[in-house]
Design a binder for this molecule. Structure first.
Ligand SMILES: C[S@@+](CC[C@H](N)C(=O)[O-])C[C@H]1O[C@@H](n2cnc3c(N)ncnc32)[C@H](O)[C@@H]1O
Length: 452
């Protein structure tokens, strides 16, 4: 499938060109490269919240070794399907109870870990720096931060699957009143998603109310307006690995876009959490969606330091330069390590094209809510490899940073690439920018191995 087929709606999405995949030499004119101090950069590993983990163990029946082995085999088959051609995935695939169980076994925790990573990165961007587990650690919880401005939220988890994202979000952000709308074509997964939310609710033991509704419908048929209510609410739209599954469902994409655009005209306080696989075509699709929403007035708060401005990677002089994704560590529980062994599938780290966007109304509050969401923030978006040096000389890499002024390359590093700062981590307080060497040089995708 080519990128040009991935138009999101007829109106504004520009066709994007695939980036070159070759590793090129760094720019020669990087005269005053940036120096990055290790302490300036946020990174680290995340954990799945304990309530989410506990309910996963029950739902995926990990305590039964025979069943666990069978499900591991089914998970392996599903994994192959998901990695072959996501746009070919049949709506029927996840309908049966058996398949849903295998799906939960293998995909629920990595999805939850990605959600935890995005929560953590948002916390870092807005300046509250949560600990490694959502809600645990030295920092303030995202929920405490948002709770200063809102008392209620409505969560629309579109194509929720097993509800991993809603469960993590609710573990991290619980306001006085919470309504969760789980929308998915699979009844079997919806049932599991609702059970997982019940577990999170139970674990919370707080007076906060959580209303959950499962909606077994196609996204295109979901009537958002039916769930609108008077009173000020934070609306959270979640799209975890679902936008790419709507490639052939223009009606669904247009329906979602119309709703998100209505948040601008109706001045709603809304947040969009978007995640897509970290491959070139899906990440580029997410970047195009981000740009389209920013053109409509939304403001990117993660990872983009460019806010509402067009993505410099997608709109670089001469065409698309590269694709943007986030990386992070995940402290996997033993049971999941065992599954990876049984299924022969392993994740070294989390890779995902993740974005958080604020509606214009919410963005207006941000300078007060998050004075630390500083404009000069710089984010690691690439780690271009240096060419092999003379024999005996170590290879190195540079950091490619996204900054409010565009893309900047830093001075070469001589440490191993595996010890580099993860993509999507923030570099704050770095010295004054040297120059836009990367963009000036016209260098194309000088990027090391990209994640999928
Ligand atoms: C890859 S899963 C992701 C699940 C979940 N968002 C997560 O990240 O954990 C995609 C989900 O979207 C659902 N889905 C795909 N297309 C849909 C559509 N047009 N309407 C409703 N659900 C859809 C599938 O049933 C599946 O559960």
């Amino acid at each position: 499938m080519t990128q040009s087929k991935k138009t999101h709606s007829k109106r504004t999405v520009k066709p994007v060109r695939r980036p070159a995949k070759t590793v090129k030499h760094p720019a020669k004119d990087a005269k005053r490269p940036l120096k990055i101090d290790r302490r300036m950069v946020g990174g680290g590993s995340v954990e799945v919240p304990s309530a989410v983990l506990r309910s996963w163990k029950e739902l995926a029946v990990v305590s039964d070794p025979v069943k666990a082995k069978q499900n591991a085999q089914k998970f392996r088959e599903l994994w192959k399907i998901f990695n072959k051609g996501r746009e070919q995935i049949s709506r029927e695939l996840l309908q049966s109870q058996d398949t849903a169980e295998a799906y939960v076994l293998g995909f629920h925790l990595p999805n939850a870990a990605r959600a935890a990573l995005l929560c953590r990165r948002i916390a870092q961007r807005v300046g509250i720096t949560a600990g490694s587990k959502p809600g645990v650690g030295s920092g303030m919880r995202l929920g405490d931060w948002l709770g200063k401005s809102f008392t209620q939220q409505r969560i629309f988890d579109l194509g929720c699957g097993s509800g991993a994202w809603s469960q993590v979000w609710l573990s991290e952000v619980r306001l006085n009143r919470n309504a969760v709308y789980l929308i998915d074509a699979s009844r079997a997964l919806l049932e599991m998603a609702a059970k997982g939310i019940a577990a999170v609710k139970l674990a919370a033991g707080s007076s906060a109310s959580i209303y959950v509704e499962t909606i077994p419908k196609a996204i295109a048929a979901f009537n958002f307006a039916q769930y609108d209510a008077p009173g000020q609410s934070l609306d959270v739209y979640i799209m975890g690995y679902v936008w790419n599954e709507l490639i052939n469902d223009r009606a669904a994409q247009a329906h979602v876009m119309a709703r998100l655009e209505s948040c601008v005209t109706l001045k709603r306080d809304a947040l969009l959490l978007l995640a897509e696989p970290a491959t070139d075509e899906f990440a580029l699709g997410a970047m195009a969606l981000r740009d389209e929403l920013c053109a409509a007035g939304w403001v990117a708060i993660y990872p983009c330091p460019t806010g509402a401005r067009a993505c410099p990677m997608l709109n670089a002089k001469g065409g698309v330069r590269d694709w943007c994704f986030s990386e992070g560590g995940w402290r996997k529980p033993d049971e999941y390590m065992q599954l990876e062994e049984d299924a022969g599938i392993g994740h070294n780290k989390l890779n995902s094209a993740m974005f958080a966007l604020a509606s214009p109304e919410l963005a207006l509050r941000l300078p007060k809510m998050a004075p630390d969401l500083r404009d000069q923030t710089q984010v690691v978006v690439g780690k271009p490899l240096l060419p092999g040096g003379r024999p005996g000389l170590e290879k190195g890499f540079s950091y490619l940073l996204c900054t409010p002024d565009g893309l900047v390359k830093t001075s070469p590093k001589k440490i191993e690439i595996k010890f580099a700062k993860p993509r999507g981590s923030t570099v704050s307080g770095a010295p004054k920018l040297a120059e836009k060497s990367w963009e000036k040089s016209g260098e194309k995708s000088a990027t090391s191995k990209r994640g999928g």
